[in-house]
Ligand binder design. Structure first.
Ligand code: BDR
Ligand code: CA
Length: 308
């Protein structure tokens, strides 16, 4: 059983990533969900996380809100991709229970301190909370069992030609996180753009009862459409990596985050020829798409049977 703490900004693909975690409870123990302003504002990402906790039957997993905006610069949002609420045309029952007291940064520090070497951080939004956590307590980078992010790219951007959204939304935070001493497992656009919910994948989600009320309108209203004819479910790749790293080919690299460039701000400059430098990242370079969807849909089927 792997323990995971998920930092997210739901977000349609964040919701589908949380559903994958919820459907994998034989393999994953979700010890906490923290939220960050990202795709939409923090009050919405937090409300969505709370609604998802109840809808996905995640029990009493604490949901703790964190940073509302980027460390230094203006706010970047993606409501054009995820809709005004962050969940497209999905309508979930309003959450009955509220968030935990306190701030995500303290929750991350305290939770990792209490279980050094045990908890994998999974970050699928801007890295603001994680950057503040390692600034507050640098030993977070030692205490984490692993850090897996959906973010960055060594080939292309999506929110700008050079930058992926989670990096562009807070490049200074991303630079701090890549510099913190751990080896970041980077699931970037290079692989996540192949995690496409095609019409045949969508057909596998339609019979899933109550869970389909999240999955189907989520996929249909998610504007992250690719040339392959469906949206890329980026964030599910990070959870899938924790469940089965063999789905991905990965290469060590030294990654720097561009914070200044007029055209390249938020770019993850990826050096595969590490030389004298320490490789601060293990960068995913390919995904076994068929096995990925078998894993994801299999977890959704198990969850759907529980939810009815
Ligand atoms: C990432 O940006 C967000 O819009 C998605 O939720 C995902 O985390 C993809 O670039
Ligand atoms: Ca996200």
């Amino acid at each position: 059983m792997k323990k995971v703490l998920i930092d997210c900004d739901p977000g349609i693909d964040d919701a589908l990533a949380l559903a994958l975690a919820a459907g994998s409870r034989d393999a994953l123990d979700v010890v906490g969900i923290t939220t960050v302003g990202g795709n939409v504002d923090l009050p919405l990402t937090t409300t969505n996380a709370l609604a998802l906790r109840e809808f996905l039957d995640l029990g009493d997993v604490p949901v703790t809100p964190g940073s509302a905006g980027a460390l230094l610069r203006h706010t970047v949002r993606a409501a054009d991709v995820h809709g005004a609420t962050g969940l497209g045309s999905v309508v979930l029952p309003a959450p009955v229970r509220g968030p935990s007291e306190g701030h995500a940064v303290d929750f991350i520090v305290d939770t990792l301190r209490a279980a050094p070497g045990e908890i994998t951080l999974v970050a699928v939004g801007p890295l603001t909370n994680l950057a503040l956590a390692v600034r507050k307590e640098p030993r977070v980078a030692e205490w984490a069992r692993d850090l897996v992010i959906m973010g960055g790219s060594y080939t292309r951007g999506n929110h700008s030609p050079a930058a992926e959204f989670n990096m562009l939304a807070d490049p200074e935070a991303a630079a701090i996180v890549f510099d913190a001493g751990w080896t970041v497992k980077m699931l970037g656009l290079d692989v996540t753009l192949s995690a496409v919910a095609t019409s045949s994948v969508l057909d596998r989600m339609r019979p899933l009862g109550r869970l389909a009320e999240l999955l189907v309108p989520g996929v249909q209203s998610y504007k992250a459409v690719t040339v392959d004819g469906g949206p890329a479910i980026h964030d599910a790749c990070a959870v899938a990596y924790v469940l089965d790293p063999s789905l991905f080919a990965c290469v060590p690299a030294a990654v720097d985050v561009e914070t200044a460039g007029l055209y390249t701000r938020g770019m993850t400059v990826t050096n595969f020829v590490v030389g004298e430098r320490r490789a601060n990242a293990l960068v995913a370079t390919s995904l076994d798409v068929r096995r990925f969807w078998d894993l994801v849909v299999g977890a959704y089927e198990g969850l759907a049977a529980r939810l009815g």
